[in-house]
Design a binder for this molecule. Structure first.
Ligand code: GLN
Length: 534
């Protein structure tokens, strides 16, 4: 088994996740089986309890783990399926070391960061590779080199070559080569310092991937190679690209995958990037634009709705249009602004979320979609808002609400699942992960998925449509398009008398891929295009 470690230096947000995912993509194109592991050096057990303002989106895996959004990149760029074993935090490492200590497994020894924490970290890498029987495990260490909390992870990956052989390990370091505009110069010093910092810990990077806004000169490359102690052909340039799915191709053109397989002694096929290349070419040649309103509460942040934005982008690929995101702050949606904002978009999407802030604006947006017959896609909380709206304005249950927002409501049309009522701990206790859903014939959903069938989608919520109100809803024109048979939970709602109005209790965005756009997103965009043209 081979091991690739990806670290980052100088600043955060350089795109380590996408870099890792792109290397995975290139290795898969050469026929290797890969998996990716993300270490997050924070004490939270998982990001599930963190605010999207702190952390960005929480990515949910099939097995119901709440994970870092980089796992979304891993799944979108490769065919690897992520699980709870693919994202490990300091909190998880310490929890298991402390549990072992309590069970007496350390046989009276003093339990320390080195070797007990570092051994636990290493074991997670080995376990994952072994369990999945892959050719290459790519391990990304979160944070920036020099952070105190990242040290145990770096020490652990430093030790791995002593156990598996240096020839089976490769260290990739991602850095920044900034342009100082006033001087008109590209600066290599931050990269040199960052590598120096790594070497002090005992890690000599093999490859450097340098983020840069402009291509740097051969002289700059020589300088980086010389002072960072890497060969010239091991210095790569990661330019800012408009289309993120072009990144693997950019690396390939610089022979990044070539040097990786050579250094690791991997014997494989020449890379087959034909379908990836075709997807990128098609994406770059689109001209028609379609404005889609995303009504949320974290819209000022890039990362909070990452998978939603990516799924919309994929749906654009499928329909050969550029999906123009119109990010709308739910709290601002009122009065004239509502009409002014929403009459410019061809479709309205309300993503998932928690808490009462912005809810009334989302409900108004759902009403606007219903009444003006604008294609509507409500996801999780978005579906719940559509239900509240329908109950209030069509069924005339004036104070209808979700128990999440009004525990006193006389009409809890969205209420808590029985099992959820007993739960006290907030972390990892929602309805999480993949559940089957039976589609009903003659619905938008069945048409999208290619006929009535059992689908599997990922969930992350506590509340559900309250079945007590179902017959009233159906009488008034709402239709159920998908059910979780086992407990009769309504997973998909639609309005029949509408061009395309779909609410789903699950999160389809987590399963959309650039080469396999999600059918519901695809049909939502198609409906928006039809709406725009009519
Ligand atoms: N807050 C809602 C619930 O817990 C919706 C969750 C979501 O949108 N992911 O059911």
């Amino acid at each position: 088994m081979k091991y690739i470690f990806i670290t980052g230096g100088v600043v955060s947000s350089l795109g380590k996740g996408i870099c890792t995912a792109s290397i995975g993509c290139l290795l898969e194109a050469r026929g290797f089986k890969v998996t990716m592991l993300k270490f997050d050096p924070y004490i939270n057990v998982d990001p599930g309890t963190m605010s999207p303002f702190q952390h960005g989106e929480v990515f949910v895996t099939d097995d119901g783990a709440e994970t870092d959004l980089d796992l979304g990149h891993y799944e979108r760029f490769t065919s690897a399926i992520m699980s709870q074993n693919n994202n490990v935090t300091t909190g998880q490492i310490y929890s298991s070391v402390i549990a072992k200590e309590r069970r007496g497994e350390y046989l009276g020894r003093t339990v320390q960061v080195v070797p007990h924490i570092t051994d636990e970290i290493k074991s997670r890498i080995y376990m994952l590779g072994k369990k999945l029987n892959v050719d290459v495990v790519l391990t990304e260490v979160g944070g920036t080199v020099g952070d105190i909390e990242g040290l145990p992870f770096l020490e652990a990956i430093r030790q791995i070559p002593f156990e598996v052989g240096r020839e089976n390990c490769l260290y990739v370091h991602l850095t920044l080569v900034p342009m100082i505009h006033a001087a008109g110069e590209m600066k290599t010093k931050p990269t040199q310092h960052s590598v120096k910092e790594l070497r002090e810990i005992g890690i000599q990077p093999d490859l450097l991937v340098c983020r840069t806004e402009k291509r740097f000169s051969e002289a700059a490359r020589d300088k980086i190679a010389l002072f960072c102690n890497v060969s010239r052909d091991a210095v790569f340039q990661a330019l800012d690209l408009g289309e993120i799915y072009e990144i693997p191709l950019m690396f390939h053109e610089q022979n990044l995958d070539d040097i990786i397989v050579k250094r690791l002694g991997l014997q494989g096929n020449p890379p087959d990037l034909a379908s990836w290349r075709e997807m990128v070419e098609r994406a770059k040649n689109r001209t028609e634009r379609i404005p889609i309103g995303v009504v949320g509460k974290y819209i000022e942040l890039q990362d909070s709705y990452k998978s939603i934005y990516e799924a919309l982008r994929h749906a654009g690929f499928a329909n050969n249009v550029i999906v123009e995101l119109v990010k709308i702050d739910a709290e601002s949606l009122n009065g004239d602004i509502l009409e002014e904002t929403l009459n410019k978009v061809a479709g309205i999407l309300i993503p998932g979320g928690f808490g009462i802030r912005g809810i009334e604006g989302k409900i108004r947006a759902a009403r606007y979609s219903r009444e003006k017959k604008i294609p509507f896609f409500g996801i999780c909380l978005g579906m719940q808002c559509a239900l509240i709206e329908f109950a209030r304005n069509v069924c005339l249950l004036e104070r209808a609400n979700s128990l999440e927002f009004d525990p006193e409501t006389p009409n809890p049309v969205v209420s808590m699942m029985e099992e959820q009522k007993k739960i006290i701990n907030l972390g990892g206790t929602m309805r999480l992960g993949a559940f089957p859903c039976i589609l009903r014939e003659g619905t938008f959903a069945a048409a999208a998925y290619g006929g009535p069938q059992i689908i599997s989608e990922r969930h992350r919520h506590r509340f559900e449509l309250n079945n007590k109100y179902l017959s009233l809803f159906e009488e008034k024109g709402l239709r159920v398009a998908g059910l979780f048979g086992e407990s009769n939970l309504v997973e998909i709602i639609e309005l029949a008398d509408h061009p395309w109005f779909v609410g789903v209790q699950f999160h389809p965005e987590f399963k959309s891929r650039p080469l396999a756009p999600h059918p519901l997103f695809r049909d939502f965009i198609l409906a928006a295009m039809v709406n725009r043209r009519s």
